[in-house]
Design a protein around this ligand. Structure first.
Ligand SMILES: *Cc1c(COP(=O)(O)O)cnc(C)c1O
Length: 364
């Protein structure tokens, strides 16, 4: 691990921790007037009802801070169950889907055989594999950055796929997911749907049919609640029970009162949520078109970001040029994708600012 702690002081660290290579989150710089298109946050605020619900927590009860919150977050599980049209016993909630994913690894993936995930995907997956000391085997996406279900017919201890995938933005259809589920009936298959609300098909409809499927979602992107840290999983009750056992062996109160109240309000204001998603989708289509008009190749995105490359220019150099002009996008120094930029969809005005800076300055 690269750290500035001396070897001598590191002797206090657990041996396994000395070897960790932690996930590096997209930066959150504190520069004014910066256009932040690097961490896939929603450019629109959450519903006013969400803000009101947070304020009401303090107003309604002097005990809001003194007492522990509901360890089960039952009110939230019910709100999610209603919206997702699944039984409440099929729901697990956690402190961001990153925590839910950690519990998923512990509950299902600590196995002798390797965990399969695409070679280009969410970079937290290999980090969790290392953390839980399980083998991680990457499966190459095809030349069009698509997942080939037949490549997941090999011995494994579990499978995790982001759909739509990140950072590629490409979505996989439900029939392909079913093919993977059917070929792997004795291991858990996890579909990480962090971006599903922006136009992909959700595998939640398959949960009743497959006893080895876990679908994971988050309120961070489509519900504009990244600051609250609420994620959830949907699966049959025997899988949820394993997640609850792990959670109650780690932190029994992962969601505070504010997070619970705000997320309940978000799930109860479905009209606002759907309208926001439609706005982001419309902005994504306009941004993709604008980039294509400047010569970019843009993958067909079903997420709230686009993955684009400009054949005539080096992507790292482009990212740097944009940064110097106050716009941050994400560049991954990684084989196969080092000539791509991942650009979060902003508001119509923000996207126009990006396109203008590119056309009138960086590419002029
Ligand atoms: C953003 C993201 C997450 C994490 O979401 P949180 O709920 O904010 O922890 C998980 N998976 C993927 C693929 C993501 O892009």
């Amino acid at each position: 691990m690269s750290t500035n702690i001396s070897k001598e002081k590191m002797r206090f660290w657990s041996p396994a921790v000395r070897e960790l290579e932690p996930y590096v989150p997209g930066e959150q710089p504190k520069i004014q007037n910066l256009l932040k298109l690097n961490t896939n946050e929603n450019p629109y605020p959450p519903s006013e009802k969400v803000v009101a619900a947070v304020q009401a927590v303090l107003k309604d009860s002097a005990d809001a801070l003194r007492l522990y919150p509901d360890p089960d977050a039952s009110e939230l599980k019910h709100a999610i169950a209603v919206q997702q049209q699944v039984p409440v016993e099929h729901i697990f909630v956690g402190n961001g889907s990153d925590e839910v994913l950690a519990h998923i690894y512990k509950a299902f993936f600590v196995q002798a055989l390797p965990i399969l995930s695409p070679d280009i995907s969410y970079s937290f997956y290999p980090v969790y594999s290392q953390f839980f000391a399980v083998k991680n085997k990457t499966v190459a996406l095809n030349a069009d950055f698509e997942i080939e279900p037949k490549d997941y017919q090999q011995p494994n201890g579990g499978i995790i796929i982001a759909n739509p995938n990140a950072p590629t933005s490409v979505a996989l259809g439900l029939s392909a997911i079913e093919e993977i589920l059917l070929a792997n009936p004795d291991v858990v298959v996890v579909i990480d749907e962090a971006y599903v609300d922006f136009g992909a098909e959700s595998a939640v409809s398959l949960v009743a049919k497959y006893d080895n499927l876990v679908v994971c979602q988050t309120t961070s992107k489509s519900r504009s609640l990244a600051g609250l840290r609420v994620g959830f999983a949907i699966a049959q009750a025997h899988l949820i029970a394993a997640l609850e056992a792990v959670k109650n062996s780690f932190n029994s109160y992962p969601l505070d009162r504010f997070a619970i109240a705000a997320t309940v309000a978000s799930f109860q204001d479905q009209a606002y949520f759907e309208a926001q998603c439609q706005k982001v989708i419309a902005c994504r289509e306009a941004l993709s078109l604008g980039l294509q008009n400047l010569g970019f190749q843009v993958l067909d995105s079903k997420a709230n970001f686009v993955f684009a490359s400009l054949p005539s220019r080096d992507a790292a150099e482009l990212a740097l040029a944009l940064r110097e002009r106050g716009i941050i996008v994400r560049h991954f120094k990684k084989a196969r994708i080092e000539q791509y930029l991942r650009i979060t969809v902003g508001t119509a005005e923000q996207n126009q600012r990006l396109l203008d800076v590119l056309q009138q300055d960086v590419l002029a």
